[in-house]
Design a protein around this ligand. Sequence first.
Ligand code: ADE
Ligand code: ZN
Length: 338
Amino acid sequence: MDGIGRLIDRLPKVELHVHLEGTLEPELAFRLADRNGLALPFASVEKMRAAFDFEDLQSFLDVYYAACSVLVTRADFRDLTRDYLARANADRVRHVEPFFDPQTHTTRGIPIDDVIGGILDGLADGEREFGITSGLILSFLRHLPVEAADATLTAAEPWLDRIVAVGLDSTEVGYPPEPFAPVFARARSLGLRAVAHAGEEGEAALVARTVDCLRASRIDHGVRAADDPAVMRLLAESGVTLTACPISNVRLRVVPTMERSTIGTLMRAGVAVTVNSDDPAYFGGYIGDNYRAIAAALDLGVDDVRQLAVNAINGSFATAERKRELMAELEAAVAGMA
Ligand code: ADE
Ligand code: ZN
């Protein structure tokens, strides 16, 4: 294995863009369907995986939301979260800030207490077993009315001391960020940080508008920001972190090939880019695979890979003390490669 491959294997990682629902591997989906007496629209694990061939974001979201129907009990959410953390641990993830979409479950009649309670149980398992620290992000679905996002924030109020931020995801084109500004303002007034998906399928201007109207401290994806030097300058100067997901972008045809990823352009413009997995069960790659794929395609060196990992530590919502620990682990891993 080459030096960069070895560095990536050893690198203590921070993951800032992963949807817990997107870590539902077909094996677990079938196990949960069986446990809950439900049927999946696939004859087997292999047939389900074979259906993961997407044309765009929406064709993926349709499959992703349908598969969520097997997540029913608090134990299901715990198993989902713990299984992800076991995989993340194998990739040397040391801190993670995962998203969950409460509305995908509450609209099916699942109590929000079971969703959040199960996820927090799984995160506690992961910290105990693997030492992985975390900060949970409650993400609103932008294809649903803003009133539903507001009601979701209210329903989550008893849990807010266990949640670090709110997010915004789902279909981007046709669902602008501005209507969500009051809900995000309320979330911020309750002590939460703000992040939001933008510039995945939407244009560069949407990235700037999202930072402005939601006061987002991170933009999830932000691929298209590379089309506009003024937007890249805004991101670099305001210290907004971009959570890029290179394999996702190829699989959802946001970019035609890994070599055409915009991550290099963004890094050269001084934007704080990070590498993440998005929905690894569907795109066939966890965070380590994403680092390896982008490093190979863009011929990244040790300094580039280190910078991506440093950006993730700095852009996280971990405490200052935890950030110092993560940075020390990172520097030890990089020094060990010299
Ligand atoms: N929900 C899960 N994955 C997503 C993505 N890549 N973009 C928008 N919403 C999502
Ligand atoms: Zn995402």
